[in-house]
Ligand binder design. Structure first.
Ligand SMILES: [Zn+2]
Length: 248
């Protein structure tokens, strides 16, 4: 009779979500740098003297040691690298945007343990920027959502036609088609957003913060609506956190 030794591994990650498990334990969902999304049991974290408890909260960037389990892995050590929680939770707009970042990252990484370094880096970058508080939180969120869709293989067309690739700019925008569409491809029901709004989305996708921060509220609002519609189109169920984002 053989017993398979449990594999021990180490990785760093950001805590996306936690769920209660039994009296004292918690299941943590962590997007890791090398392993991808991992769901693991953290034992005893809900006891008051737990050394893990405070480190394994959403928004925390942690260094973990885990054992591979049959269904769920088990966290054996957790060291804090940086806790973005206190800074993000202390600012309502950053908090609602950050919650949408975590939920989106969770939903866009459908498969567990499928490495996605780019998604990990996007999440860390978004949380760091929200925690610093120097950029408008709704813009940070929309930049993250556009890039996260790109990483997931759904980069929106923001110039050339989403269907035939004809060089833009094009005036029509179709969420089902995946962005801007040329006159011959445009499906009925296409929207005609302001060209300035499309430029804002381009700036957010490419990380041109000078242009993005010079944008007007009306274009930011319209842009957020397009980004949310694109994301909801790709996800089976809508995001719970997105309607709660404070964009005031
Ligand atoms: Zn076309």
């Amino acid at each position: 009779m053989s017993t398979t030794p449990q594999a021990l591994y180490r990785d760093e990650g950001v805590v996306l979500r936690t769920q209660k498990l039994g009296e004292a334990d918690r299941i943590v969902t962590v997007l890791t740098r090398r392993t991808g999304k991992v769901r693991a049991v953290a034992k005893g974290v809900r006891r008051t003297k737990s050394k893990f408890g405070a480190r394994l909260e959403p928004f925390s960037h942690v260094d973990l040691q885990l054992y591979t389990g049959r269904n769920l892995d088990i966290v054996s050590q957790a060291e804090s690298i940086r806790a973005y929680g206190p800074a993000v939770v202390g600012d309502y707009r950053a908090y609602t945007a950050g919650t949408a970042v975590l939920e989106t990252a969770d939903r866009l990484t459908a498969e567990e343990k499928e490495p996605s370094l780019r998604m990990f880096l996007l999440v860390i970058g978004a949380l760091r920027t929200l925690a610093e508080g120097q950029k408008p939180a709704p813009l940070v969120l929309d930049a993250f959502l556009l890039r996260a869709m790109s990483v997931a293989g759904w980069e929106p067309a923001l110039g050339d036609c989403a269907r035939c690739g004809e060089a833009g700019p094009h005036r029509h925008f179709s969420v089902p088609a995946g962005g801007t569409v040329c006159p011959s491809c445009r499906p009925t029901g296409s929207a005609m957003p302001s060209p300035v709004t499309i430029e804002l989305l381009e700036a957010l996708l490419s990380g041109d913060w000078g242009r993005a921060e010079a944008s007007l509220a009306i274009n930011r609002r319209e842009g957020s609506g397009l980004v949310a519609a694109l994301l909801q189109w790709h996800l089976e169920r809508g995001l719970r956190s997105l309607p709660l984002v404070d964009r005031a």
